[in-house]
Design a protein. Structure first.
Lengths: 369, 102
């Protein structure tokens, strides 16, 4: 199989701006080309768009606006893990030999229609994500005797880390008391436990090993990919305190990379809500079931940015189609030692975890220098 | 099988495969195991509360029927885990199902 790496990337800040989807896609793509002027656009074989936006024909539109005439051009939608799913598709095009270089651009507006899965009528009138998050929180807290104050540390840690990230939506830091005193959405969820929808875009350029040599001296390789979809509906989750799709996707990605979880130096995980972070860390095997909060508290107290260095979804905001790509860019910057005040201690192997709709679907990537 | 037609009339019936008798959820014309057509199992189902939380004065619960089918439903009194409940009101409003339990 052809070795696939990441040759370049570009980003926009995450904001509440009322920009057109076409405009924000173009901004992050333009940022990528401005930072990498040697890239020959004629060599780009495919342009893949990750978004939940209802606008049509976005890949040909972005291609025209960017001066690209690709062989392959289409969009990919899978709610919140559209971004990493697009990266997996790009990887597959290159690994199969159908393409040598693929641009993946993800974007979302603050008013994305992807925030609520209208199809999932098993949720009755409780379709908004705060309801599944509340059920997960209640179940997790009861099973492992975790308090609301303990869970609030996730938000405190991730807002602190986001404050070092110039592209993050949140610029503020918060205390546990601030989280506890933020607006009560349900008995088990406060406003500051939640990631927020926003406007933003992120783009990366994947390339085969042969093409990579032309463009970068510090390539980052995708060495592991795992994906699992257990259902579409929230109520089909067999466990309400762990994530089955994440367990399977994580193990598949680590097996492909020929690593175990102890080799992962830095990770971006899908903290859509506070409770998601300990559940994900446990489901990926970073720690035993029920011990996720101990790990998070320790990382926070020691100012260790190993998990969600860019600030996670809670700190950065969550522009659905851009999130997985933005997570991937953070791990690239970490592995290239370019993450400035967020930099972890010389990481060699990183992991991205991106999921959809109450963890009914998960994608995990392993990246290496 | 017309689950939604019955639901609109306030009746909660569960689709069942005509061939293998598996209960099919979410409601579908076809069995997800053997692909045969489904028909509605017309019973007065009892469910069990698996988990719940509260928004304002309303409780929202994950309720399991027949050891396999789970929905989210509203309850106005404080639920208990494992409590046995019945659907008191259900229907479709603006395209979304709703289920109330007692």
């Amino acid at each position: 199989m052809v070795k696939v790496g990441i040759a370049a990337y570009g980003m926009t800040p995450f904001t509440k701006d009322d920009d057109k989807i076409e405009t924000i896609l173009h901004k992050s793509t333009n940022d990528l080309f401005q930072k990498n002027p040697k890239i020959d656009k004629k060599e780009i074989d495919a342009v893949l768009i990750s978004t939940n936006n209802n606008s049509k024909y976005l890949s040909p539109i972005l291609s025209e606006m960017s001066g690209i005439q690709p062989k392959i051009a289409h969009s990919i939608e899978s709610l919140c893990n559209s971004g990493t799913n697009s990266i997996v598709s790009a990887f597959s095009y290159i690994a199969s030999g159908l393409a040598d270089m693929v641009l993946v651009s993800g974007a979302e507006r603050y008013d994305s229609p992807g925030q609520i899965l209208e199809w999932d009528n098993s949720r009755g009138e409780f379709k908004h994500p705060i309801f599944w998050a509340s059920i997960f929180s209640k179940s997790y807290k009861q099973k492992y005797d975790i308090s609301d104050e303990e869970l609030a540390v996730v938000s405190v840690k991730n807002h602190k880390q986001a404050s070092k990230n110039p592209n993050a939506l949140s610029k503020k830091t918060y205390t546990v008391e601030d989280v506890m005193n933020s607006k009560k959405l349900t008995d088990d969820l406060k406003l500051l436990d939640c990631s927020r929808p926003c406007t933003g875009s992120a783009s990366i350029l994947l390339a085969s090993e042969e093409v990579m040599k032309k463009y970068t001296d510090s390539p980052i390789w995708i060495t592991g990919i795992g994906q699992k979809t257990t259902s579409a509906g929230f109520t089909k989750n067999t466990s309400l305190s762990s994530m089955e799709s994440t367990k399977i996707a994580g193990q598949t990605a680590l097996n492909m990379a020929n690593h175990n979880i102890s080799k992962i130096d830095v990770a971006e995980v899908h903290d859509a809500f506070s409770v998601c972070e300990p559940m994900i860390l446990e489901s990926l095997g970073f720690t035993d079931p029920g011990n996720g909060m101990d790990m998070i508290k320790n990382l926070h107290q020691t100012n260790n940015f190993k998990i969600n260095p860019r600030g996670g979804l809670i700190g950065c905001g969550h522009p659905l189609g851009a999130t997985g790509i933005s997570q991937t860019i953070e791990i690239i910057e970490q592995l290239q030692n370019n993450a400035k005040s967020r930099q972890t201690d010389n990481p060699k192997t990183g992991l991205i975890h991106n999921m959809s709709a109450a963890a009914t679907s998960s994608t995990v990537l392993v990246l290496e220098k | 099988m017309n689950f939604e037609k019955e639901l609109e009339q306030g009746r909660f019936y569960i689709p069942e495969c005509s061939a293998c008798k598996k209960l099919v959820w979410p409601p579908s014309e076809f069995c997800d195991i053997c692909n045969e057509e489904t028909s509605l199992k017309k019973e007065d189902f009892e469910g069990k509360i698996i988990e719940f939380s509260r928004q304002n004065e309303e409780y929202f619960c994950v309720v399991e029927f027949c050891d396999s089918i789970r929905i989210m439903a509203k309850m106005m009194t404080k639920p208990k885990k494992d409590q046995i409940v019945k659907i008191s009101n259900c229907g479709i409003s603006e395209g979304s199902y709703y289920f109330h339990i007692i």
